[in-house]
Design a protein around this ligand. Structure first.
Ligand SMILES: [Zn+2]
Length: 285
């Protein structure tokens, strides 16, 4: 399936009152191709405290959840505000133990070689690998982020979309992708590119929010991992495995961990409780 068909809207209008729950029509799952997607839930952009409601569909076969009628790519910048970017960069800078943890997971499997960090932001993870063992590369949408990443890590950073990066086949021993895959419009194409760019026996290390987690089920539309409409796809271990296998990758290790930002989900619940009694909180943004 190509990227345009994964963007094709299913047959329910994304409005607060016009849509009916139930079968969303013939649009197949963008990862495994299974028909019969059901509406899973609706929720607004709670981070910015906006009112527009978004609809998510769930694949009955692989459990992938995706945003029905996502904003067009050209309009997506409206949903990535300064407040959002500030939050992302400060959470990266303020948690060196996070990068140490990821580095130790990586080095349990591979200790040196060429490494590409897809969506490297300002390069905090690349910097944690700086040294003789690694030849470092990054891909980053923001030119400012890429310059910072290059300066602090010594990496070579491509500015732009992952699918536009000109790396030759079998370039990397390791590709990492932290909190990025769920933002991408065309996960199958990106995963196929990962399969091409990895050397034989290379490692892809990816982190995404787990839509099958106890936290996601407990909080429902308040779950912080929804991040609507910036998160276009919501993966479970099963759908992530299905996506990786579509590109010829094989699962080596899969771990689920507690989300350190569970407080944000609680805050979203509390915002609505207060709203119900007439108190409008300033949004998280
Ligand atoms: Zn599926």
């Amino acid at each position: 399936m190509d990227s345009t068909s994964s963007l094709t809207p299913v047959s329910v209008a994304n409005t607060q009152d016009g849509a009916k729950p139930g079968n969303l029509g013939p649009e197949p799952c963008p990862v495994c191709g299974q028909a019969g997607a059901q509406e899973w839930l609706r929720a607004p952009d709670r981070f910015h405290g906006r009112r527009e409601s978004y609809t998510l569909a769930r694949c009955p076969a692989c459990s992938l959840v995706w945003l029905v009628h996502p904003p067009m790519p050209a309009e997506m910048y409206l949903h990535y505000t300064d407040a959002y970017h500030k939050l992302i960069s400060s959470s990266g800078e303020n948690s060196p133990e996070r990068w140490r943890g990821r580095k130790s997971v990586l080095t349990a499997h591979q200790q040196s070689g060429a490494l590409l960090d897809m969506g490297c932001s300002s390069g905090a993870f690349l910097e944690s690998l700086r040294g003789n063992a690694w030849k470092l590369y990054g891909i980053e949408m923001s030119a400012n982020g890429a310059r910072t990443a290059e300066a602090r890590s010594g990496a070579e950073v491509f500015v732009g979309n992952i699918l536009d990066a000109p790396f030759p086949r079998e370039s990397f021993d390791v590709i990492t992708c932290f909190d990025v895959l769920e933002h991408l419009y065309d996960p199958r194409e990106v995963m196929a590119r990962v399969g091409e760019w990895l050397k034989p026996g290379g490692i892809f290390y990816v982190l995404v929010p787990n839509v099958d987690s106890a936290e996601a089920r407990l909080f429902g539309s308040y779950w912080q991992g929804l991040e609507l409409p910036r998160h276009l796809f919501h993966y479970s271990p099963a759908s992530l495995r299905s996506l990786a296998e579509s590109a010829g990758l094989r699962e080596v290790s899969l771990e689920t961990r507690r989300n350190p930002s569970v407080g944000t989900s609680l805050r979203y619940v509390w915002d609505d409780v207060l709203l119900a009694v007439g108190i409008r909180q300033t949004p998280a943004a």
